[in-house]
Design a protein around this ligand. Structure first.
Ligand code: GDP
Ligand code: MG
Length: 441
């Protein structure tokens, strides 16, 4: 996909005369690639028309970076489509919020409910899970297992077959227990059917959610718009989560979901595990959609902020792709100093928003310092290992004791390590472009 867009832009750049025909051909090629990435046909057509209006052929004349101009126009247009113009409801810690999850069966609701709960729990919230899926056998067991693993209170029943009743009871119970994030998981059935939407309407009526999140599998292709719209028509969807972004799908359906629900994407799921969950960030998402890789902006930044003499070492480490505790320690050190490498590190897609969210720099720094204290209690072998499996319970206990922190915090740090190691590993074998040739990414 990326290849064909890059090729199309290159062909246009190479053309001696840029006229409407050349621009159209280039846009047709880009459109084909976007359709393959599951962007809705109508959106692709509209985008094509918009870009023809925006991009002035004179700007594409000799001497200008035509590829850049066109790429930026497409990029901006896709970012615009992903921005519904208003933020979603944001729950507040300490105040009760009821969040209802909807989506077809298999889209990843139950998994995502737990990820969402766990994500907030790590930040000090008191989440709880309610299983209102009485349709699928084993639904309650699945939620129970997930919740137990994450140590999150849950509510459900093997006997009761009325989802509305369970949902209402669960919400009531957790309100009384002063939970601040009450998450209602629902059933999805196999296909869109009237009974499902009626059930969603009734569960919503009974629980009065502050936010309804539509969960969408990134691989559903062109079906995304109709699916999202169907849910929006029965309950007031206010946010979208796109799952399975670790697979092959580029996630173009997210644009449809945003358009159909007029709600923003708030998170993406990037794996089956609890911590494989990221705050949605529009630019890397669109980069990926266009096949530009998550790394275009990142590489630009390296050349911009890292002193030339430090670049080879950092790039070498990046391209090896192996991440160790020691490397994490060094990066933390740099981050606290906000030295150049620290800045780059905090720019890693998926890393910055999590580790140092804007407006929470103080808390984040304190957390990073705690992590470093714990790492001070690690042996050299542990610091240089690339294998988190080495960190068994007795080692974690030892580190907790040695640093005067809780085992829970050591576990959190290990999760952070795994998350960063995963991001880092994506860079393995990355061809490091030379300065001035970033557009190849
Ligand atoms: P539900 O029917 O909507 O509740 O969907 P589930 O939560 O049961 O998920 C269906 C399947 O998708 C399960 O096998 C999950 O492990 C898997 N799954 C969910 N989210 C992700 C994700 O982000 N990445 C991957 N690879 N698998 C996921
Ligand atoms: Mg489920």
């Amino acid at each position: 996909l990326g290849g064909s867009i890059t090729r199309a832009l290159q062909q246009m750049s190479n053309a001696t005369i840029i006229d409407e025909k050349v621009v159209s051909e280039c846009l047709n090629e880009i459109s084909r690639a976007l359709l393959q990435a599951d962007v809705q046909f109508k959106m692709v057509r509209d985008m094509q028309a918009n870009i023809k209006r925006i991009v002035n052929p004179d700007d594409l004349a000799a001497g200008h970076n035509k590829r850049r101009i066109m790429q930026k126009a497409v990029f901006d247009e896709l970012c615009r489509i992903l921005d519904p113009g208003k933020p979603s409801y944001t729950p507040k810690k300490g105040k009760t919020s009821i969040i209802m999850f909807v989506g077809l069966q298999g889209s990843g609701k139950t998994t995502t409910c737990t990820k969402y709960a766990h994500y907030h729990q790590k930040k000090g919230w008191k989440p709880a899970l309610v299983c209102a899926d009485t349709f699928r056998a084993g639904a309650f067991d699945q939620l129970k297992q997930n919740a137990t693993k994450a140590k999150i209170p849950f509510y459900g029943s093997y006997m009761e077959s009325d989802p509305v009743k369970i949902a209402a009871e669960g919400v009531e119970r957790f309100k009384q227990e002063n939970c601040d994030l009450i998450i209602v998981d629902t059933s999805g059935r196999h296909k869109q059917e009237a009974a499902l939407f009626e059930e969603m309407r009734q569960v919503s009526e009974a629980t009065k959610p502050d936010l309804v999140i539509f969960v969408m599998d990134s691989s559903i292709g062109q079906a995304a718009f109709d699916q999202a719209q169907a849910f929006k028509q029965s309950v007031s969807v206010g946010a979208v989560i796109v799952t399975k972004m670790d697979g092959h799908a580029k996630g173009g359906g997210a644009l449809s979901a945003v358009a159909a629900t007029k709600s923003p994407v708030i998170f993406i799921g990037t794996g089956e595990h609890m911590h494989e969950f990221e705050v949605f960030d529009v630019k890397p998402f669109v980069s990926r959609l266009l096949g530009m890789g998550d790394w275009s902006g990142f590489m630009d930044k390296i050349h911009e902020v890292v002193p030339t003499d430090q670049q080879p070492e950092l790039l070498q480490k990046l391209s090896e792709g192996s991440f160790t505790m020691r490397l994490m320690y060094e990066q933390f050190q740099n981050m606290l100093k906000m030295g150049p490498i620290g800045q780059v590190f905090s720019m890693l897609p998926g890393s910055s928003s999590e580790l140092m969210p804007k407006g929470h720099e103080k808390e984040s720094q304190a957390k990073i310092k705690r992590y470093m204290t714990m790492m001070d209690s690690m042996t050299n072998d542990e610091l240089d290992s690339t294998n988190p499996k080495l960190m068994n319970e007795s080692r974690m206990l030892r580190i907790a004791r040695g640093s005067g922190r809780s085992v829970r915090e050591v576990v959190d740090m290990m999760e952070e390590f795994k998350r960063l190691a995963k991001i880092w590993s994506k860079m393995k074998g990355l061809k490091i472009p030379k300065k001035g040739d970033m557009s190849a990414l």
